[in-house]
Design a protein around this ligand. Structure first.
Ligand code: BEZ
Length: 248
């Protein structure tokens, strides 16, 4: 699979993703000496916070560019597909921020997490829940359908479940869900919508012929301006987070 992630572009357009991770870190409550797996560690900005709590952390990510950026911070990190985790049950906790919505076979992910945890271990995460980036998704989907004739392109890339659906999947895999919540979080973004799309919808755009990518990006931005851009030109993305804590 192509690596559509650029750590440098992420730093410019998406640093807020890790900056806003404190809420889920509080739910994880990492302790000194714990062995923690950071699933979808990205460039390691949050992984560093786990390490500064005294945890011993392994980061895994599907992007080689992101793993290189994490290693440059001194983090033990490796490239791995979150659908096929094959790690020994050595972790006290598996943590994940803003990554699980990219993994469209959640049962395979949950099974791998379960294999990696010690008995009693916890799985704590946050990602896009039902209704996440609804306006962005609708605009992107509509423009891609008109320009490229592909129906609902984001559906094959993004997974945004309800709490009830995800809880049922966790329970079917043997987890006890301690808490789970959908959290609307309109999020000011540092760039315009074109910058957001280029960075955070890169795998969706990458599925299009190159000549169409810029057209789709610009038309989606035009459609979204009345809903997500204020009179001063500031853009806000319509994020909805799904945050959960589950134990084996
Ligand atoms: C999110 O963090 O919710 C997200 C990021 C990129 C695309 C879709 C959702």
């Amino acid at each position: 699979m192509a690596d559509d992630w650029s750590a440098a572009r992420y730093e410019t357009n998406a640093r807020f993703v890790s900056d806003l991770g404190q809420g889920v870190l509080d739910w994880l409550d990492p302790r000194a000496g714990e062995r923690i797996l950071d699933l979808g560690c990205g460039d390691g900005a949050l992984t560093e916070k786990l390490m500064s709590a005294g945890a011993e952390v392994l980061g895994v990510d599907g992007s080689a560019d992101m793993v290189a950026a994490a290693r440059a911070r001194g983090i033990e990190a490796r490239v791995a597909d979150g659908h096929a985790l094959d790690l020994a049950p050595e972790f006290d906790a598996v943590f994940s921020n803003a990554a699980l919505h990219w993994m469209t076979d959640p049962d395979a992910v949950i099974a791998g997490v379960s294999r990696a945890l010690k008995p009693g271990g916890r799985f704590v995460g946050e990602y896009g829940g039902h209704g996440n980036v609804a306006a962005i998704r609708t605009a992107l989907s509509a423009v891609i359908e008109v320009e490229a004739g592909v129906a609902d392109a984001p559906a094959s890339i993004w997974y945004f479940p309800t709490p009830a659906e995800y809880q049922a999947r966790l329970e079917a895999a043997g987890f006890a869900v301690q808490r789970i919540a959908l959290i609307p979080r309109p999020t000011p973004i540092p760039s315009d919508m074109a910058g957001w799309l280029e960075t955070l919808a890169a795998p969706v755009l990458a599925g299009l012929p190159e000549a169409q990518r810029g057209i789709v990006r610009d038309k989606a931005q035009t459609l979204l301006r009345p809903a997500l851009c204020d009179a001063a030109g500031n853009w806000t993305a319509d994020y909805v987070r799904l945050r959960f804590e589950a134990r084996l």
